[in-house]
Design a protein around this ligand. Sequence first.
Ligand SMILES: Cc1cc2nc3c(=O)[nH]c(=O)nc-3n(C[C@H](O)[C@H](O)[C@H](O)COP(=O)(O)O)c2cc1C
Length: 192
Amino acid sequence: MDALKVLLERRSIRKYRAVNVSDEVLQEIVEAGLYAPSGLNLQPWYFVVVRTPEKMTQVRAVMSVVALRFNPILQKQFHDHPEVITETNNFLVTLGGAPACVLVYADKPYGAEGRDNVIESISAAIENMQLAAWNRGVGSCWIGAPNHVDCAGLFEAGFAAGRGEFVAALTLGYPAEDPKPHKRKGGRYTMV
Ligand SMILES: Cc1cc2nc3c(=O)[nH]c(=O)nc-3n(C[C@H](O)[C@H](O)[C@H](O)COP(=O)(O)O)c2cc1C
């Protein structure tokens, strides 16, 4: 697919078909993450690709703890939109039936470059994976909630002991929903 089309049409997917993503496609996606730009070319990431039903059950168990702790934040932010609270909670607990996900870690201790540099670089890698996935018809959703509710340690101890700091999870699977592309032309920039 044309690169610009992929990035203009990508949407977060929170409902997935019960169809596995092949190892070949998963590898293509995760390797796209390795090609992201990174500050000082540190490539400060470590990825765990989860794709067995047993391990996905383990991920959902941790996300259920996240959902419980995240609820007060949702109640505050979306008190006028109870449907958003329900949807977000359901997604965290079920992961929308995603057959796979990538757990993303910062695997370098921060030196003089600082934490921001590392997190910015890892964010670029996550976006690369989302776009590579969309290019293959695979949907994804970036999940940062665990870090807001002190659950990163559960993903560190449970899936990548000693490999660094948990940053986010990225669900992967063939979409069972079809959100329309955004319309975001103009507005938030100037050309000087
Ligand atoms: C840093 C970051 C954290 C996010 N965390 C979550 C999350 O915890 N749960 C979730 O459902 N979506 C999460 N998202 C997805 C956003 O909600 C989504 O990207 C945004 O609503 C725009 O929709 P789009 O991706 O379809 O363009 C996150 C996205 C980013 C960039």
